[in-house]
Design a protein around this ligand. Structure first.
Ligand code: NCD
Length: 319
């Protein structure tokens, strides 16, 4: 059996719980040096058509821990630069007998197209402005570890929501698990139809993060912005930067998160990014374990093969 991880929006809450519980279990085992399940004789294609550091390396690390082999695909050096369509590229990889695909693409929906033509599990590593499901899973695991639960938390997602697949996946995931989601940013960077996303919109930071338990800062995605969307970076920072002064509007123990890459001094200042409220390095670390869980689950693995039924507690409480 193979399963796809295309977007959080399409996952059942029980499936999200399973992925988080698997990730928590794999993390414990890796840290304690215990064995993790091995998926032998399978090859995962890593198709990164957009730049990536964290996501690509953590998928590689996840594959390594699970005993999977990976085949790297340098998009710039592929036949797509000769005009081959994505569909034909996917069919090529299918008939070269790759077993799974991890795909990042600037086009929203590219992983869905890949899933239609590939045959094995397809994992979305970020598609355009649509979804980045494994980032949201890693963020949820981080929040669970630090807060004990997600239900009932107030989570503010700050900044460039319009261009952010991280914001969308996090909004779906955290609202499915019962958090109150807020989007905070200037009008030009909030989607024109935010009603289609689960969250309440605020345009001023003090009310947007009032009483927040978690703040997720987003990178200003200048590469996806059209001219004139922001009057100046400095003005944005003065209104929306998370720093020691603005953090005072949130709860005392508010977590500060950022998916990276960070524009230090713009979305968040150095002191806060590296301070006691920050969970940024934990997000990076957990990225590896949720990607292990996604690959394992994608290949048909479940909780029952990893954790004895009597020790299974729902991830929402136990992760
Ligand atoms: C994000 C992405 O590529 O969507 N980064 C990541 O994967 N951690 C966010 C971004 O590029 O701003």
């Amino acid at each position: 059996m193979s399963r796809h991880v295309l977007g959080i929006r399409y996952l059942e809450t029980t499936e999200i719980d399973t992925l988080l519980a698997l990730a928590a279990e794999f993390k414990l085992r890796v840290i304690e040096g215990r064995e993790v399940p091995q998926i032998t004789n399978k090859v995962v294609g890593m198709l990164f058509f957009e730049n990536s550091t964290r996501t690509r390396v953590s998928f590689e690390m996840a594959a390594n821990y699970l005993g999977l082999k990976s085949a790297n695909f340098a998009a710039g050096a592929s036949s797509m630069s000769k005009g081959e369509t994505l569909k034909d590229t996917i069919l090529t990889l299918r008939y070269e007998r790759l077993d799974a695909l991890v795909i990042r693409h600037r086009m929203s929906g590219a992983p869905h197209l890949a899933a239609r033509f590939f045959g094995g599990p397809v994992l979305n590593a970020g598609d355009g402005m649509h979804e980045h499901p494994t980032q949201a899973l890693g963020d949820a695991l981080t929040i669970l570890e630090r807060k004990g639960q997600i239900e009932g938390l107030r989570v503010a997602i700050i900044g460039d929501v319009e261009h952010s697949r991280v914001a969308r996946s996090n909004a779906w995931l955290l609202s499915k698990l019962g958090a109150e989601v807020r989007f905070v940013g200037p009008r030009t960077l909030i989607p024109t139809e935010p009603g289609q996303l689960p969250g309440i919109v605020y345009h001023d930071l003090p009310s947007g993060i009032d009483g927040a338990d978690v703040i997720i800062c987003l990178r200003l995605q200048k590469e996806r912005m059209s001219e004139g969307m922001l009057s100046s970076i400095g003005e944005y920072a003065s209104m929306y930067q998370i720093n020691q002064a603005s953090l005072a509007w949130a709860n005392d123990d508010c977590l500060v998160m950022h998916p990276g890459p960070i524009n230090r001094g713009i979305e968040v200042d150095d002191f806060t990014a590296d301070g006691v409220n920050s969970a940024i390095t934990a997000q990076i670390e957990n990225g590896v374990f949720v990607r292990m869980a996604s690959l394992y689950w994608g290949f048909g693995g479940g909780l029952e093969e990893v954790i004895e039924p009597r020790n299974q507690v729902t991830a929402r409480k136990a992760a």
